[in-house]
Design a protein around this ligand. Structure first.
Ligand code: HEM
Length: 147
């Protein structure tokens, strides 16, 4: 119960515009797994991380990711509502060439972003709460690979 409060408060603390935070998260992700850049090619392949991070299509993807996290945070009491959506989202990511192992780096990047954005409000308890929520989201998305 306290976990939910920590998650809701911290997400709200990031402010209404989540894009800058999502950009920090993906910049970190490309540091951890540079090969993921290749999976984002809307018209042509990006020649650099900077080019990718500033392209409108990729910025849209960042917004989409933040919206999914937002949906999870808003449905902490009834995450089962999101299962069908998340399994399908997993299926789409399988189709674009994402491997489930890459979600570890995504999780690391999410925690990195929270730590950067929250500063001293980022506690071990908060970290664990997010790890638990993220694990549920990823586990659900991952069933889109195997079914
Ligand atoms: C769509 C890649 C992680 C949410 C896509 C697309 C690509 C992609 C190539 C299709 C093009 C586009 O819509 O921009 C990746 C990669 C990821 C990743 C390489 C990291 C390994 C995530 C995460 C979430 C997410 C963590 C949310 C939790 C979405 C959504 C769409 C999407 C909502 C649109 C799906 C639709 O068209 O219905 N992703 N993605 N992605 N991604 Fe990701």
């Amino acid at each position: 119960a306290n976990d939910k409060g920590l998650i809701r408060d911290s997400w709200e603390r990031l402010g209404k515009n989540k894009l800058p935070h999502g950009t920090v998260m993906f910049a970190r992700l490309f540091e951890l797994e540079p090969e993921l850049l290749k999976l984002f090619h809307y018209n042509a392949a990006f020649s650099s991380v900077q080019e990718c991070l500033s392209s409108p299509e990729f910025i849209d993807h960042i917004s989409k990711v933040m919206l999914v996290i937002d949906a999870a945070v808003s449905h902490l009491d009834d995450l089962h509502c999101l299962v069908e959506y998340l399994v399908n989202l997993g299926r789409k990511h399988k189709a674009v060439g994402v491997k489930t192992q890459s979600f570890n780096a995504v999780g690391e990047s999410l925690l990195y972003m929270l730590e950067c954005s929250l500063g001293p409000a980022y506690s071990m308890e908060l970290r664990e709460a997010w790890v638990t929520l993220y694990a549920i989201v990823v586990e659900t998305m991952s069933s889109g690979w195997t079914e």
